[in-house]
Design a protein around this ligand. Structure first.
Ligand code: HEC
Ligand code: HEC
Length: 624
C-alpha cells in the first residue's frame, strides 16, 4: 500500500471513529468522561469474556458433580454484569430487557416489526435454572441460553460502545441504578434461583461509586458539598452491605431511608449544582427532577398518556371528566355511571366479587379494580387487553351489559344540555368541528381517571420523613414484603404494581393459579384464561394462560374482595394463598405458574405484619 493510500485510510478510519464517538448535539464530553468510558468499556469486555466462559463451562458440564463449578461461573458472570449494568441498561434498556437480564417471563418484542413473543432468556433465567432443585436436568436449556447470550452480547457489542456520554447521562445512569438496586436487587427479583441479591447489590453499588468518583476535581465549586455528601453515602452503603449479609434479615426500610433516599437526592443536587438540566434523554417514564422514589412526581403521569388524543393534564378536562364519570346520562337506560362500579367511597372499586351489570342478577366477568393510580400503567384491564386509557372508555360504552350505547347517542344527549355544552367548549373549543365528540368525551373521562393519584399514605409520608410515627409492625411488614415474602418482586415500588423498574415502561402479568373461591384443601383453578384470551393475536401464547395483570396493592385494604375474580374475601386470605405457594403450592396442576410454588413459611405474626404494612398504603377518602 502506498503511503498516500495508507494516510487516506488512516484519515478515513479516524474520521469514521470520530463520527462514531462524536457526542450528540448538546452533550459536551470531556477528558474525565472519556476516561470513564475507557474503564467502562474494559469492564464491558470482561463481561463479554466471562459470558463466553460460561458458555464453555455449560458445554463441559456433563455430570451432576460439575454443577457447582457452573454455579460458580454464573456468579462471576452476574457480578461482571453488575459492574456494567447501570450504564448498559440505561443505554440499551429494551435490548437488555428482551435479551440480557429481563425477568424470567415471556416478553412481547415490540421492536420487531412482526410482533413476537420472546421466551424467558438471559442472565435471570440462567440464575433460575442453574440454581434450581435439579440443575443438571436443565443442562440442555442452560447450554442453549448461555450460547444465545454470547450471540446477543457479541451483537450489541458492535454498536453499544458509541453511546453518547455527558455529565447528565452519567449522573442519571447512576441515579437510575439506585432505583434498580432498591426495587430489583435487594428484593431478590434479579436472582430468583441463587438468592445472591445482596452480594450483587453490593457490587452494583461499588461500580456506581467508582463511576461517581470520576467527577472528583471535575465539577463546579458549587457542587462540592453534594459531591462530598454523595461520596460519604456511598461509603456508608458499603459498610451496610459488609455488615448485613443475610437476605431474610436485611433491613430494607433503613436501607431506603438512610441510603437510597438521601443518595438519590444528593445526586440530584449534584446535577443541579453543576448546572446540568433534566431534559429527557432516553425514553423513560420517571421524572429525573424528582427527589424521591416515593414522591408524588417520581413517575411522569403524562408519559403514560403520550399516545392519547389530547393531553390529559388540563384542569378543565379533568373537571368535565369528573362530571361525566358520575353521570348516568352516559348509559342507555340512564341507570349506570362509571361510579356505579368505581365508587370513590370504596376507593373506586365496588366491594363486590364481580360487578352488577345493567341486567339484574347478572355480573361482569371480573372484579372491579381500584382506579386510584391506575393511570401509572402502559396496559389496562386484568388481561392487559387495552393500551390506552382513552380507548378504555369505549369498552364500557359499547358493552351490552354496561352502558350499551353508541357515542353518537351520548353526544346527542350531551349536546342537549347547556351546562355540558359550556364545559366541553371550555375544555376543547375549536379543536374539532364539534366540541362534543367521542374523542373529547373519552379524553375528559381519561383525564379524570388519570388525575386519581395517591402518594400521600402514612407509608409515603414516613419514608419521605414528613411523618415520624409509623408502626414498628408495619416496618416489619415492609421488610418482609420487599424481602423474604417476595411480594416486591412483582408489585414493584413505588406504585407496587407490575410496571417494571427502573424505567417503568412495561406492564407485567403473572400466573398465580388463583382459585375459584377460597378452599385451600380442595382448590379449584379459576376457569378464566386471562391474558391468553385477551383478543390480541400476538399474545395468543400458552404461557399467558391464566396470566393476570399485576395490579397495585396501594389502597388494597379498602378494595376487598380480591383478585380478578373477587375470590378472596380478606387480605388474610390473600396472605394465606401466597404463603402456600399459590395454586400449584396448594396442589393444583398448572404447568406455567410464574409465582414460586414453594411455601413462604411465614409465621402468623409475619402475615399480620404484611397486612399491617398494606393498610398503611391507603388514603381513605381523598377523592370524595
Ligand atoms: C358494570 C361495572 C363497570 C362500569 C359501569 C365501569 N367499569 Fe371500569 N371496570 C369494571 C371491571 C369489572 C373492570 C375489570 C374488567 C377486566 O379487566 O376485564 C374495570 C376496569 C376498568 C379500568 C382498568 C383498570 C386497570 O387498572 O387496568 C379502568 C381504567 C376503568 N374500568 C374505568 C372505567 C370508566 C372510566 C368507566 C366509565 C366510562 C367504567 N370503568 C365503568 C367495571 C365497570
Ligand atoms: C409472581 C408475582 C407476584 C407475587 C410474588 C406477589 N403478587 Fe400479589 N398479585 C400478583 C398478580 C398477578 C395479582 C392479580 C392476580 C389475579 O387477580 O389473578 C396480584 C394480586 C394481589 C392482591 C389483590 C389486589 C386486588 O386489588 O385484588 C394483593 C392484595 C396482593 N397481590 C398482595 C401481594 C402480597 C402481600 C404478596 C407477597 C406475599 C404478593 N402479592 C406477591 C402478582 C404477584
Amino acid at each position: 500500500m502506498s503511503t498516500i493510500k495508507l494516510t487516506i485510510s488512516i484519515l478515513l478510519v479516524s474520521i469514521l471513529s470520530l463520527a462514531l464517538y462524536a457526542p450528540a448535539p448538546g452533550i459536551e464530553s470531556s477528558k474525565f468522561l472519556e476516561d470513564f468510558r475507557k474503564e467502562y468499556l474494559n469492564n464491558f469486555r470482561v463481561f463479554q469474556q466471562v459470558v463466553s466462559i460460561l458458555e464453555e463451562t455449560a458445554a463441559k458440564t456433563t455430570t451432576k458433580e460439575q454443577v457447582p463449578n457452573l454455579q460458580n461461573q454464573l456468579t462471576k458472570t452476574r457480578l461482571a454484569y453488575k459492574r456494567i449494568e447501570f450504564i448498559f441498561d440505561y443505554y440499551e434498556s429494551s435490548y437488555n430487557y428482551m435479551k440480557v437480564n429481563g425477568g424470567p417471563l415471556p416478553k412481547v418484542d415490540k421492536e420487531n416489526a412482526l410482533v413476537d413473543i420472546v421466551a424467558p432468556n438471559g442472565l435471570q433465567t440462567l440464575d433460575e435454572l442453574i440454581y434450581s432443585d435439579q440443575p443438571f436436568q436443565e443442562i440442555e436449556g442452560i447450554r442453549k441460553l448461555s450460547s444465545d447470550l454470547v450471540t446477543d452480547i457479541d451483537f450489541i457489542a458492535q454498536s453499544h460502545p458509541t453511546f453518547n456520554l455527558g455529565e447528565k447521562q452519567l449522573i442519571e445512569a447512576i441515579r437510575t441504578g439506585l432505583i434498580r438496586v432498591f426495587t430489583l436487587g435487594v428484593t431478590g427479583f434479579d436472582t430468583p434461583g441463587s438468592g445472591n441479591g445482596l452480594l450483587e447489590a453490593e457490587t452494583s453499588f461499588q461500580a456506581m461509586h467508582q463511576a461517581f468518583l470520576f467527577f472528583d476535581g471535575h465539577h463546579e465549586p458549587e457542587a462540592k458539598k453534594a459531591f462530598c455528601t454523595t461520596d460519604k453515602l456511598f461509603k456508608k452503603a458499603a459498610k451496610v452491605f459488609q455488615k448485613n449479609k443475610d437476605f431474610d434479615t436485611f433491613d430494607r426500610m433503613s436501607f431506603l431511608k438512610e441510603i437510597i433516599n438521601p443518595l438519590y437526592k444528593s445526586m440530584l443536587h449534584f446535577r443541579v449544582d453543576n448546572g446540568v438540566n433534566a431534559d429527557r434523554f432516553r425514553y423513560h417514564a420517571h421524572n429525573y427532577d424528582s427527589e424521591n422514589v416515593f414522591a408524588e412526581d417520581f413517575l411522569d403521569r403524562s408519559h403514560y398518556s403520550e399516545f392519547t388524543y389530547f393531553p390529559l393534564e388540563h384542569p378543565a378536562s379533568i373537571a368535565l371528566g369528573r362530571a361525566l364519570f358520575f353521570d348516568p346520562i352516559l348509559s342507555k337506560n340512564k341507570d349506570m355511571a362509571c361510579s356505579s362500579c368505581h365508587d370513590p367511597k370504596k376507593a373506586f372499586a365496588d366491594g363486590l366479587p364481580k360487578s352488577a351489570t345493567n341486567q339484574s342478577g347478572h355480573y361482569t366477568k371480573r372484579n372491579s379494580p381500584t382506579l386510584i393510580n391506575a393511570a401509572y400503567s402502559s396496559r389496562f384491564f386484568w388481561d392487559l387487553r387495552e393500551f390506552n386509557l382513552e380507548r378504555q372508555v369505549a369498552h364500557v360504552v359499547s358493552d351490552s351489559m354496561e352502558f350499551n350505547i353508541s357515542f353518537k347517542e351520548i353526544t346527542d344527549r350531551l349536546n342537549r344540555d347547556p351546562n355540558y355544552r359550556q364545559q366541553f367548549a371550555d375544555a376543547y373549543k375549536g379543536i374539532s368541528k364539534q366540541d362534543i365528540n367521542s374523542q373529547s368525551i373519552s379524553n375528559a373521562i381519561a383525564a379524570y381517571v388519570s388525575s386519581l393519584s395517591s402518594f400521600n399514605s402514612p407509608f409515603d409520608r414516613y419514608v419521605r420523613n414528613e411523618e415520624k410515627t409509623y408502626s414498628q409492625d408495619a416496618i416489619k411488614g415492609f421488610n418482609l414484603f420487599m424481602g423474604k415474602a417476595a411480594c416486591g418482586t412483582c408489585h414493584f415500588a413505588p406504585v407496587f404494581n407490575g410496571m417494571v423498574p427502573p424505567f417503568y415502561l412495561e406492564a407485567e402479568s403473572e400466573v398465580l393459579g388463583v382459585t375459584d373461591g377460597f378452599d385451600t384443601l380442595r382448590p379449584m383453578l379459576d376457569a378464566d384464561k386471562g391474558r391468553l384470551g385477551n383478543g390480541l393475536n400476538f399474545e395468543n401464547y400458552p404461557h399467558f394462560a391464566h396470566s393476570f395483570k399485576t395490579v397495585t396493592v396501594r389502597n388494597s385494604a379498602l378494595t376487598a374482595p380480591y383478585m380478578h375474580n373477587g375470590s378472596f374475601k380478606t387480605l388474610e386470605e390473600v396472605m394465606e394463598f401466597y404463603d402456600l405457594g399459590g395454586g400449584v403450592g396448594m396442589g393444583l396442576a398448572l404447568d406455567n405458574q410464574t409465582l414460586s410454588a414453594d411455601p413462604l413459611l411465614l409465621t402468623e405474626a409475619e402475615k399480620g405484619f404484611i397486612v399491617e404494612f398494606l393498610e398503611t398504603l391507603s388514603e381513605p377518602g381523598i377523592f370524595q
